[in-house]
Write a protein that binds this ligand. Sequence first.
Ligand code: NDP
Length: 323
Amino acid sequence: MRAIQIDATGGPDVLKLVEVPAPEPKPGQILIRNQAIGLNFIDTYHRSGLYPLKLPSGLGMEGAGVVEAVGEGVTRFSVGDLAAYASGPIGAYAELHAVNAERAVKPPAGIDAQVAAGALLKGMTAEFLLRRCYAVKAGDHILVHAAAGGVGSILVQWGKALGAVVIATAGSQDKAERARSLGADHVILYRDADVAAEVRRITNGAGVPVAYDSVGAATFEGTLASLAKRGLFVSFGNASGPPPAIAPARLMQAGSVFLTRPTMGDYLLTTAELDASAAALFEVIKSGKVKIDIGQTFPLAEARKAHEAMEGRDTVGASLLIP
Ligand code: NDP
């Protein structure tokens, strides 16, 4: 089968298309013939070495397709089912991928492989961020950075569905328009503006009770200064580089605020948590409250181009690789 591999960490040029033997499902695993592979910014951290992998390695966490074989002991899936997965093992950039049946889900009727692969990782992230990391209430002002991106697009729409007033940020006029069309109430062009000053203006000085920051280094100080007293800073990504280390006293000076740095896996500890998160996501998609905005697709062989686009801030919504 064809797959993307890396032998060394580095820029997008380390992504190589290779022919490798098709994997066999181990006990408890299912073998999925990917119809769509979800691209995620985390894939660039794995490729660059920011999040270290044992090399050589495949790449990619997310995909959806038809179950081609089931390993010993699997009862959750049968051959022919549509299955989607978002939590590894790493190696989704391939025609076939073997994953643990307990970590895969069955998309309901009406959700195809492309929507599932564009939605699952980003959407379950939005689910735990909006409902469990902090429980967004109607009327809350929430700050969402990179709002035209994959996770950002879902946070905006789902935040609106929960009744929040969404203050979004975006890196260009086009992306700002996109965030507005998804329902954002206010959009800040954060490459030029003083984000905290804008947030204070919009909230009549109060600041936001929760801020979702996946941009990291470039936005850290502005996010901290945007929080309401006792607000929650959710730092969940490093698109511009890792945020700085900070002394606890800074949290007091910022208004007795809280800082958390969550990762999806810790909110999907059990199969029951995975199923509940995926079910909530599929429900908001089926209700029409959240549309999965597939901004661009790339053939599997063009993974390098896809990474260049992601890191070049040239993507909007979700991105897929098609095997
Ligand atoms: P996105 O589609 O959101 O792409 C990243 C976006 O970040 C870009 O489009 C860009 O938007 C913005 N950005 C700001 N500064 C930079 C920069 N210097 N270089 C590149 N991009 C920049 O990606 P995803 O939806 O896949 O992921 C969004 C974020 O969420 C990532 O940081 C990811 O790591 C994180 N994440 C964390 C999870 C967790 O469990 N903690 C799970 C899933 C995702 P713009 O041009 O508008 O600035």
